[in-house]
Design a protein around this ligand. Structure first.
Ligand code: NAD
Length: 488
């Protein structure tokens, strides 16, 4: 149970088997990145706590006479729908907790992220009754069919940039298919997920179906190694994604990975320039650039470079950076001091490599110097082999490059280890579709950036991972396919 008023948030416990319990290990502080102040203490789940959470999830899954396995698909759908209703009913509190913990503008958490959390649960509530196998005609003396069964215990591990939204991407399909879950939010941002735990219980999830354990890499690693976990659904960095694949190999866990990105945002000279400028800014500065699909590599057709970049810089100066709880703020605080130092390090690397700093480039002071704010930063004259063009910065830093034609930009855009998202701005429909096919990315936006819907799959090519969150496709990653053959 997490209780919160504007000035007082209770310490975070662990949700195991339907009960809030103290962790048996240490605890750690969760910090408000806008002030540097401690918000509250959070339990760091030990290997023993992980064991108990997995045991609770396993029991809830295996008990065929228990409430979860006896629940009809329709009733499961209703529970998910009630979760969505409760998220909406508590949207102000959830948004505020997430903004305090993560530093994102309340405008984003209140009007974009939390409404999408509710949408995701409603979307998967509808799927609960539509998960089925097929009867297949084989021999005249056989009855052969397939079943789509839940996998079992899912370990869901998520990143800090969209704490509750990323959790909903795992929980929606996992629960719709009848699995049980042990969820680990990121150590930087556990608060909204902990508060959500209460809402899930209130909605009628039986004990043990959703367990929430907080902690850092060690807690996550204990979950990945655990033989009682059947599948790991992970959102986070590519480095940790690779570790999880290796660690999960011992028990041959099902693994899906939603990892990093360095997404190309491509602007042709024939695009509607004002929309493209706004799209480019939204693509990199929404969520402070701490967005896996951020449009962090902007490719501008050379003949409009000067005009486009001068507008881009001019508009970037109007972005309101400030207190994340102020409804007018559009650029909040970087999630942690460590992340801020890493982003500032990339800005220095960009300058050293010879890119031209066109806007921003420094830490910003908001209400004194304690918060972790960085100005919206734009580099021009970037070469595709520079560090700031190749590596994921995960902050409000845009690298702009130029190109002459579709062949050149297709090659440059694909010259990167990641392949999460991409965008094309043009009024030439044919060119847009031709280039869409050539981009190695899980999503291509045309004349827009960053829009999502619970019904559309989201995930990566190349080192951005595999598997898909959202959409019908996500369901297949939470079921095992069984063939049944009966001789007649
Ligand atoms: P991270 O990989 O460091 O941590 C993510 C989660 O994994 C956290 O909960 C962390 O505690 C846990 N963890 C860390 N080490 C672990 C280990 N060895 N075993 C098990 N769990 C471990 O990532 P981050 O810095 O928190 O998040 C930023 C990254 O997430 C970026 O690369 C971003 O692109 C990516 N991301 C991807 C998507 C997507 O959908 N593709 C969405 C959001 C964020």
């Amino acid at each position: 149970m997490l209780t919160a008023t504007k000035t007082n948030i209770s310490p975070g416990k662990l949700l195991i088997n339907g009960q809030w319990v103290e962790g048996s290990g240490k605890s750690f502080d969760t910090v408000n990145p806008a002030t540097g102040g401690v918000l509250t203490q959070i339990a760091e789940a030990s290997a023993k706590d992980v064991d108990q959470a997995v045991a609770a999830a396993r029991k809830a899954f295996e008990d065929m006479a228990g409430p979860w396995r006896k629940m009809s698909a329709s009733e499961r759908g209703k529970v998910l729908w009630r979760i969505a209703d409760l998220v909406e009913a508590n949207i102000e509190e959830l948004a505020e907790l997430e903004t305090l913990d993560n530093g994102k503008p309340i405008f984003e958490s209140r009007y974009v992220d939390m409404p999408m959390v509710a949408d995701v649960f409603r979307y998967f509530a509808g799927w609960a009754t539509k998960i089925h196998g097929e009867t297949v005609n084989t021999f005249s003396n056989a009855f052969t069919y397939t079943l789509r069964e839940p996998i079992g215990v899912v370990g869901a591990i998520v990143a800090w940039n969209f704490p509750l939204l990323l959790a909903s991407w795992k929980l929606g399909p996992a629960l719709a298919c009848g699995n049980t879950v042990v969820l680990k939010p990121a150590e930087q941002t556990p608060l909204s997920v902990l508060r959500f735990g209460d809402l899930a219980l209130e909605a009628g999830l039986p004990p043990g179906v959703l367990n929430i354990i907080t902690g850092g890499p060690e807690t996550g690693a204990a979950l990945v190694r655990h033989p009682g976990v059947d599948k790991i659904a992970f959102t986070g960095s590519t480095v940790v994604g690779k570790e999880i694949m290796r660690a999960g190999a011992d028990t041959l866990k099902r693994v899906t990975l939603e990892l990093g990105g360095k997404s190309p945002n491509i602007v042709f000279a024939d695009s509607a320039m004002d929309s493209a400028v706004k799209g480019a800014l939204n693509g990199i500065f929404y969520g402070k650039g701490e967005v896996c699909c951020a449009g962090s590599r902007l490719f501008v057709e050379k003949k409009v470079e000067d005009e486009f970049l001068s507008k881009l810089v001019e508009y970037s100066k109007k972005i309101k950076l400030g207190d994340p709880l102020d409804p007018k703020t559009r650029l909040g605080a970087i999630v942690s001091e460590k992340q801020m130092q890493s982003v500032l390090g990339y800005i220095e690397a960009g300058k050293k490599e010879g890119a031209t700093l066109l806007a921003g480039g420094k830490r910003a002071a908001v209400n004194g110097d304690n918060g972790y704010f960085i100005e919206p930063t734009i580099f021009g004259g970037v070469k595709n082999d520079m560090k700031i063009a190749q590596e994921e910065i995960f902050g409000p830093v845009l690298a702009t490059l130029t190109f002459d034609d579709i062949d050149e930009v297709a090659a440059l855009a694909n010259e990167n280890v990641y392949g999460l998202a991409s965008a094309i701005w043009t009024n030439d429909i044919k060119k847009a579709h031709q280039l869409s096919r050539r981009l190695k990315a899980g999503t291509v936006w045309i004349n827009t950036y960053g829009v999502m819907d619970a019904a559309l799959p989201f995930g990566g090519f190349k080192q951005s991972g595999f598997g898909r969150d959202l959409g019908m496709d996500a369901l297949h990653h939470y079921t095992e396919l069984k063939t049944v053959w009966m001789n007649l």
